[in-house]
Design a protein around this ligand. Structure first.
Ligand code: HSE
Length: 436
């Protein structure tokens, strides 16, 4: 049996992990495929920096075309990241009849439709398991063994960098900046870490999950997105006091034909399995109509785990090549004619419980005015804490609400924040109790 030749675009952290895995587990992979998976070329602008992998001579090149136009290469792995030149290279690989494996969630969240359509025309695979949940085989499970289910909810901790930072802040009282620096050193963060901390990376991943789960095209701009950069140690400590942990949660719900699609810091009960997902680990919890609740857990970032997902995809394509068949499953798992058009529920219409932390002026009647504004908007208070006097001009007042509409909450906060009873903008964190 002929070897399967693979070309790699991008020799960064994950690219080095892929090369390392292919060299280290070559015999193991051959034992499963029945043939060698050979990394024929690696293209990167920088081919001199030592990545700690002994790549055979003649493999490295600075020209992407050495990968894209090599007739022997049947699978192109794109690990450049970002939009360009990754998009042009992926489209060129497809045009040249090559199958594509990518970890590029940003590219697919924005340009997936164009790329998938090109792949359909050429009857080639585009697989992207590594783009969501690092090494966790979640996309292939949705397309594969869970395909018979209708899904109703998806909850995910999908960004290793944020989860690492929040874990350090919660467990060790660490400050935000050094925790981020450490996550970058460990190779978890994106080239631009604002994508991690502002929730953008999580929203990219959620758009892919929702497209696969609900059979509709959800793109990045459909998703409400708030990151973790404005979270404070004070909020983390209040969360503990109320029996919650704060996670950057991706939330997808199908509700009477409309989709809730949002990413934001979320308080979840301390005793829920998702609250125990720590460090760079990710977890995704689904509810399907026949499978019921199911949760995937594993390493969501880092070179080795992500390389595992990349090579799993390559092996999948390799099996098709060896069997002499083209692609068997559409990238989103749905036939084009079965895709649905579902609308996204506006944020103002979502219903949630809320944690609200006011910086109230320390004067008689301030609390009554806050409660009054909430009451006027129809928001009912579940519990409240006012801690001792602060040294500044304000005291923290924390109110946990019963379920309320986001529109009403924002209306009440607009009134309160514009008044002279608070000294700064109110901190709002949504609470998710049931996770079903
Ligand atoms: N920057 C991403 C994260 C890498 O921190 O999760 C994995 O997609």
């Amino acid at each position: 049996m002929n070897d399967i030749k693979v070309g790699l675009l991008g020799f960064g952290t994950i690219g080095a992990g892929v090369a390392k895995l292919l060299l280290a587990n070559a015999e193991h992979i051959k034992g499963k495929l029945g043939t060698n998976l050979v990394l024929k070329r690696i293209a990167d602008l920088d081919i001199t920096t030592d990545r700690g992998v002994a790549v055979p001579e003649g493999v490295l090149t600075t020209r992407a075309d050495d990968v894209l136009t090599d007739p022997e290469i049947s699978v192109v792995i794109e690990l450049i990241g970002g939009y360009e030149p990754a998009k042009s290279f992926v489209l060129k690989a497809i045009e040249n009849g090559k199958h594509v494996v990518t970890a590029n969630k940003a590219l697919l969240a924005l340009h997936g439709q164009e790329i998938f359509a090109a792949a359909a025309r050429k009857n080639v695979e585009v697989l992207f398991e590594a783009s969501v949940g690092g090494g966790i085989p979640v996309l292939s499970a949705i397309r594969g063994n869970m395909a018979a289910n209708n899904f109703s909810t998806v909850f995910g901790i999908l960004n290793g960098t944020c989860n690492y930072i929040l874990t350090k802040m919660t467990e060790e009282g660490a400050d935000f900046a050094p925790a981020l620096k450490k996550a970058q050193e460990l190779g978890y963060a994106e080239a631009d870490p604002t994508f991690d901390i502002e929730g953008v990376d999580t929203a990219h991943k959620l758009s892919l999950l929702l497209s696969l789960c609900f059979g509709t095209r959800v793109t990045f701009s459909d998703i409400y997105c708030e990151g973790v950069s404005s979270l404070t140690a004070t909020d983390i400590s209040f969360a503990k006091e109320f029996g919650y942990r704060i996670k950057l949660l991706a939330i997808g719900k199908l509700d009477e034909g409309r989709i809730e699609a949002r990413v934001h810091p979320t308080m979840i009960p301390q005793n829920s399995p998702l609250s125990d997902v720590n460090g760079a680990f990710n977890a995704i919890r689904f509810t399907g109509d026949f499978i019921g609740p199911v949760m995937f857990y594993g390493r969501g970032a880092g070179m080795d785990a992500t390389a595992s997902a990349v090579i799993g995809d390559v092996m999948d394509i390799g099996r098709n090549l060896l069997a002499g068949i083209g692609r068997r499953t559409a990238p989103l798992g749905y036939l084009d004619e079965s895709m649905r058009t579902l609308t996204i529920k506006p944020m103002a219409e979502i219903v949630s419980k809320y944690y609200l932390r006011f910086s109230a002026v320390d004067q008689p009647g301030a609390l009554a005015k806050i409660a009054g504004a909430l009451g006027d908007a129809g928001i009912s208070i579940e519990s409240m804490i006012q801690t001792g006097r602060s040294t500044g001009d304000a005291v923290p007042v924390v109110i946990m609400t019963h379920e309320a509409g986001e529109g009403a909450v924002q209306k009440a906060l607009a009134v309160i924040d514009a008044s002279d009873i608070v000294t700064e903008k109110t901190h709002l964190i949504r609470i998710e109790e049931s996770l079903d």
